[in-house]
Design a protein around this ligand. Sequence first.
Ligand SMILES: *[C@@H]1O[C@H](CO)[C@@H](O)[C@H](O)[C@H]1NC(C)=O
Length: 507
Amino acid sequence: MAARGVLIFLVLYFTLNLIQAKDKKTKPNVIVILSDDHGYRDVGYHGSLFDTPVLDQLAGEGVKLENYYVQPVCSPTRSQLMTGRYQTRYGLQHAVLDPLAPACLPTDEMTLAQKMKEAGYSTHMIGKWHLGFFEEACLPTNRGFDTFLGLLLGGGFHFSHSFPSAAYYDMHRNRSPAKELNGTYSTHVFTNEAIDIINNQDEDTPFFMYLSYQAPHAPLEVPEEYKDPYRGIFQDEDRLTYAAMVSCLDEGIGQVVQALKNKGTYDNTVIIFSSDNGGSIQDAGNNWPLRGFKLSMFEGGMRALGFVHSPILSEKVKGTVSNELYHISDWYPTIIEGIARSSTRGSKSPLDGKNQWRSIRDGTCSQRHEILHNIDPLWVVPGGRDWVNAMSPFNVSINAAIRFGDWKLVTGDNGRTGWYAPPDTNIVSISGPPTTDQRAWLFNIKDDPLEMNDLSEERPRVLKFLLQRIQKYYEQSTPVFYPDAQPQLADPCSNGNECVWGPWTPM
Ligand SMILES: *[C@@H]1O[C@H](CO)[C@@H](O)[C@H](O)[C@H]1NC(C)=O
């Protein structure tokens, strides 16, 4: 009797193991590729003179996301990618993380990488982190990544991997400075690492790779040979360098895809591409014909480049353009539940992201009809008029924006309001309206994606509805966490870190 029990147990045990092993093996690999300050205009398939054959082909064979949003600036896009939650939920509403301040993505937030580990994936972070590092607990390898090769800061030099000067080093392999990479161009460093990881991947374990390039973010630097094809095409030297940075990025992504094909893992891999915010006009990026640019609550700040490419997409969506509403926070549940067939249980609540995998894979409707773009109570522009400024606690002097269906409300600051033409064309820029005390704008983005027609006077009821929605989010917000910089203590050349950026002891 007992022997029979043992036998049944063993059979069950091995069957279960077999099923689990098979499931693990068949789980798709996931690569999330982020480009940095990459303008909406600045890719071949959006009609620019940029030569991006790889991005054009990958997007062209996959699903182009043309109603897809990120945050207007870098750290918050990354924090929402990692957590699936709006930045108002954990205090990162204001600006980007300052390397001299004791702040990082709060360590009680669950990350995408942690969840992918739970789902049986090996997890790899390559490139720009920019989610804080003042404590050990903030580092990528303590936030769910098995391996890290990259930068902790947000805008260092591309060859010397340093900021603000060559002496201050910021290229790390896991917990150590990777000094041997000093002098190698950042895009090449990250591409090579991605290829190594793909080549060395154990075939029974799926992998999750977050490949976060720092190109084409300033400083504008690139190996000379990438500039040659653009000579005579771009007169403006900055624009030429920026285009060359995008070309190098495009080439690198092509090499990563080729590595997947050589290794035989391409057929079971999902590639997600996204920019992190709008292009910066001052740094040669361009978002024409969208209004505004990086940091702006107008579309040019946050309507992003994005596509999904994978052999496992349904045949009927391959080569299509999706106009469904998606947001950077959606990747968290989309990847964990949709692609990895795992669970988001144990994540902090509420999750703001929606699982969009079926929508993207099969071309069905988005699970989302609303996006809180942000509410930044530290960015206040006094002024405003009429009843729209009479609400409390939210009022329209606060820099904020929300989308509901086709409608969008923008409040507060009205800087960066123009339409900035690409310097390489005959197109003429349109300056924004003169500064007034107007602090609330209402647009129908479907009818008017360029935000030329403010409807805040004509549609007071829609305006009021959106103000009530944003008020609700404001009431749920966590207070902003934006501590003062501590330049002396954070300085790696004076805090005992031998001029390598890393954890330090705040006051
Ligand atoms: C990297 O190389 C540059 C140029 O040779 C040098 O000035 C700098 O000190 C090096 N950085 C480190 C951290 O060794």
